[in-house]
Design a protein around this ligand. Structure first.
Ligand code: PLP
Length: 387
């Protein structure tokens, strides 16, 4: 099988599993316990926090471990917006982009439904980019928070986060970015990015599912979503997932150490794959920004097919990929991200996303490009198979 769905998830790296193993077995303590087992778990958790902080260029106290990217996004969007509204009830607007992951978008909609917020959606251009001007145009004195993703999970477009964060900062509005897809591929220095909050998920990086991180700058107030024993400095109660935190810290360090080299290698392979698909499949359209895109994502529309049919045909040929984001897969409605890029509903239904991790090879992608050509040809000849 050629696995080209790394944006959905990745296997756990051996080094990560080895780093986690002690905390799943002999060193199984609860970090809050006042005995030696507890103390060694607490030390492991503190070390993992320091390791993550080193990669992000922040202080350990600014790192909160969560149950994944979704929780990190929820905590940032709801927690920061609600804390600002509590301090000043006039702050009741929230800005997101038109291409956010549901973890951000649905959190904003929740604020709208239950907390009197109005959500302002910044449009994107045909490449999926938010411009500084477009952001400036939607900011209001009542804006409590801006949340714009670093890199898109469906089309791979990378935003100029530093420029966008600067626009928000000029107006005194905190800025959160969902860096779940960017982590491991793009620089994550939170000072250089100028962001106040940033989310990461472990399982996109070679750590297990169910662990994530939210960075929140300095004294920024965050209303917790999960109440209880006050762990994670009161931001996220619940016995900590020590092994998960250790795994995430290990995976992040490994990916970061080697980030520029692996990004450069994968960009070269990705571009060759994009060229092969565009040349081999008549009418194929690359979606997202042709230049400012994640090394790891190549996404297309194949007119005259359905994405789901192409997907099934590709799987029969041993190539596994996705027809959109994993969350939207299986749904009949066209991707909201593609519609936001100005792609028509019918064309949007023909979308297929290929995403890679650093282990992808030239031979894999040569074989995959040939399989795509054959799969699209077959679907066009046979007509759509039910998705
Ligand atoms: N944000 C983005 C951009 C994602 O791609 C994903 C996962 O697909 C998430 C958030 C959610 O992360 P998790 O699966 O860890 O909850």
């Amino acid at each position: 099988m050629i696995f080209l769905d790394a944006a959905a998830t990745t296997p756990v790296r051996r080094e990560v599993l080895e780093a986690m193993w002690p905390f799943l077995t002999g060193e199984f303590g609860n970090p809050s316990s006042h005995h030696s087992l507890g103390a060694s778990a607490a030390t492991a958790l503190a070390d993992a926090r320091k390791t993550v902080a080193n990669v992000l260029g922040c202080r350990p106290g600014e790192v909160t471990f969560t149950s994944g990217g979704t929780e990190a996004d929820n905590l940032a969007v709801k927690g920061m917006a609600l804390a600002r509204q509590a301090a000043d009830p006039a702050l009741n607007r929230m800005v997101i982009s038109a291409v956010e992951h549901p973890a951000v978008e649905e959190s904003a909609r929740y604020l709208e439904r239950f907390h009197g917020f109005t959500v302002d959606v910044v449009p994107v251009d045909h490449a999926g980019r938010v411009t500084a001007e477009a952001l400036a145009a939607v900011l209001r004195p009542e804006t409590a928070l801006v949340s714009i993703m670093y890199a898109n999970n469906e089309v791979g477009t990378v935003q100029s986060v530093a420029d966008l964060a600067a626009v928000a900062r000029e107006q005194g509005v905190p800025f959160h970015t969902d860096a779940v897809q960017a982590a491991g591929w793009l620089p994550l220095d939170v000072k250089a990015l100028g962001v106040d909050a940033l989310s990461i998920s472990g399982h996109k990086l070679g750590a297990p599912k169910g662990c994530g991180v939210l960075f929140v700058r300095g004294r920024t107030r965050v209303e917790p979503l999960v109440h209880g024993g006050g762990q994670e400095r009161g931001r996220r109660s619940g016995t900590e997932n020590v092994a998960g935190a250790v795994g995430l810290a290990t995976a992040l360090t490994l990916a970061h150490a080697d980030q520029e080299r692996r990004a450069a290698t994968v960009v070269r392979l990705r571009d060759a794959f994009i060229t092969a698909v565009l040349e081999g499949v008549p009418g194929a359209v690359l979606t997202g920004d042709p230049v400012n895109r994640l090394p790891s994502i190549a996404s297309f529309c194949f007119p005259g097919t359905s994405g789901e049919s192409v997907l099934l045909e590709l799987e029969r040929q041993g190539v596994v990929c996705s027809s959109g984001s994993a969350c939207a897969a299986g749904s009949d409605s066209p991707s909201a991200v593609l519609l936001a890029l100005g792609i028509g509903g019918e064309l949007a239904q023909t979308a297929v996303r290929f995403s890679f991790d650093a282990s992808v090879t030239e031979a894999d992608l040569d074989a995959a490009a040939a399989a795509v050509q054959a799969a699209v040809g077959r679907v066009r000849t046979l007509g759509h198979m039910p998705g």
